[in-house]
Design a protein around this ligand. Structure first.
Ligand code: NSS
Length: 433
């Protein structure tokens, strides 16, 4: 008999097939059993009658949740079943029966979030988690396709680094070999700049680390970032690339993962709207929007989580805020020629209160200015000699950005907290399991 995935069941209407998976739930009603199986691709309702299949009935009766099973039977259309098909179960082989003494800890009822996080290795088996992780995979696939199509080459930045990229306050220090100090990378950007000078247009995509003391629904200590960097590129080029990238990710999920979005009860119409071009406003205009809403922000203030939510509430798609005060931004950002107190930086704020999903900028390409900025920021010049080399040898205007994968996927999925969109979240007080 052909082994099929539940996802593909519709193609096997009327056929005898095998499904390899787990018992997700079991309802017993006299001489009829109504199991639900899952195989990682979906859930399948089954029916098993004592009279017709006494052996399978006996094997299934009293079977515990998450026992592993190989099931055989006929697929048939059933409108009321999840997915539109069910299986008339005729054979069942139990590979491992979950002991009644230690039942599966996650029942089909509400659990507290700490309990779920302690059991994350089992929680990921629920249809909701599986849907989220499939959407994450689709978003990554779409992002890489888009970047490749735009002529960007995928390269990798190191994870052990000798210096900070995004300020020293959130560095994880590592005891490297022979008492050398190293840090876990906060961003691959500085290496991305070197690679852009070698290959023209590149992107890195990997885990990044920040010892963030903030316990919010938007912060992880380990998260994935996709970071394009291009030589001979300016701020506007990066805003255009960023809106194209985000549109491609969202539209690809809408097109290829609609079932998963339905599982999450996500408002798909809101996602269908997410098409480039996105609105662009200056930092000054963002401050004006805040004033209109009675927020007292003034020039020079950082735009924090609450302010981001206010600004983005004016738009039905992500908004890009550009030209922030240089004083509140990173040391490497190119000043605006017209107004040197502003940095040629931009953030993309997602709608529906999901906050900043992208941060990027044009980089300083002038050697003397960069040295001045390193000194002003008390950064160790010796660690940045290789980075200064990029300004000694054929320096050119260049720019890039970083897209936070989990924040982007959390918004696409409409999850409350970004911890749900990474398989094993690392947070302020959590490194287990
Ligand atoms: O600090 S960023 O705004 N920018 C950079 O790191 C640049 N060096 C990127 C670049 O130009 N190549 O971080 C970029 C994004 C930000 O917009 C968030 O979406 C995400 O990274 N981010 C986070 N996600 C989850 N948790 C935490 N703690 C976090 N910090 C940033």
């Amino acid at each position: 008999m052909t082994t099929i995935s539940i996802e593909q069941a519709g193609k096997y209407d009327g056929q005898e097939v095998t499904i390899k998976g787990w018992l997700y739930n079991l309802r017993e009603s006299g001489k009829l059993l109504f199991p639900i199986f899952r195989d990682g691709t979906g859930i399948m309702q089954g029916v098993c009658a004592l009279k017709e299949n006494p052996e399978a009935f006996a094997a299934l009766k009293g079977l515990t949740q998450e026992s592993s099973v190989i099931v055989g039977g006929k697929i048939r259309a059933e409108q009321r079943a999840p997915g539109g098909f069910e299986m008339g179960v005729s054979t069942i082989e139990v590979l491992q029966k979950v002991s009644e003494a230690t039942p599966f800890p996650i029942q089909l009822k509400e659990h507290g979030v700490d309990f779920l996080l302690d059991h994350r290795h089992l929680w990921i088996r629920t249809p909701r988690s599986a849907a989220i992780l499939r959407i994450r995979a689709e978003a990554i696939r779409a992002a890489r396709n888009y970047m490749d199509e735009q002529g960007y080459t995928l390269t990798d930045a190191p994870i052990f680094t000798p210096a900070a990229c995004e300020g020293t306050s959130t560095l994880f220090e590592v005891n490297y070999i022979d008492d050398q100090k190293a840090y876990l990378t906060q961003s691959g950007q500085l290496y991305g700049e070197a690679l852009a000078m070698a290959l023209g247009k590149i992107y890195t995509f990997g885990p990044t680390f920040r010892a963030e003391k903030s316990k919010t629904r938007r912060h992880l200590t380990e998260f994935w970032m996709l970071e394009p960097e291009a030589a001979y590129a300016e701020l506007d080029d990066m805003m255009a690339l960023a809106e194209g990238l985000v549109s491609a990710m969202v539209q690809s999920v809408v097109k290829n993962k609609s079932r998963e979005l339905e599982t999450l009860k996500r408002n798909i119409q809101k996602l269908e709207n997410i098409k480039a071009p996105f609105p662009r406003i200056s930092y000054d205009e963002a401050i004006a929007i805040l004033h209109k809403h009675g927020n007292p922000a003034k020039f020079g203030d950082d735009i924090g989580g609450d302010e981001e939510t206010i600004v983005s509430s004016e738009f039905d798609r992500p908004v890009m805020v550009h030209r922030y005060p240089a004083a509140i931004k990173a040391f490497y950002m190119q000043p605006d020629a017209q107004r040197p107190d502003l940095a040629l930086a931009f953030d993309m704020l997602a709608p529906e209160g999901y906050g900043e999903i992208i941060g990027g900028s044009q980089r300083i390409h002038d050697y003397d200015l960069l040295v001045k900025r390193l000194r002003e920021n008390n950064l160790p010049e010796e660690s940045f000699q290789w980075y200064l080399d990029l300004r000694r040898y054929g320096s050119v205007p260049h720019a890039g950005f970083g897209l936070g994968l989990e924040r982007t996927v959390a918004w696409i999925c409409g999850t409350e907290h970004i911890r749900e969109v990474i398989p094993f979240p690392r947070m302020l007080y959590r490194v287990y399991p």
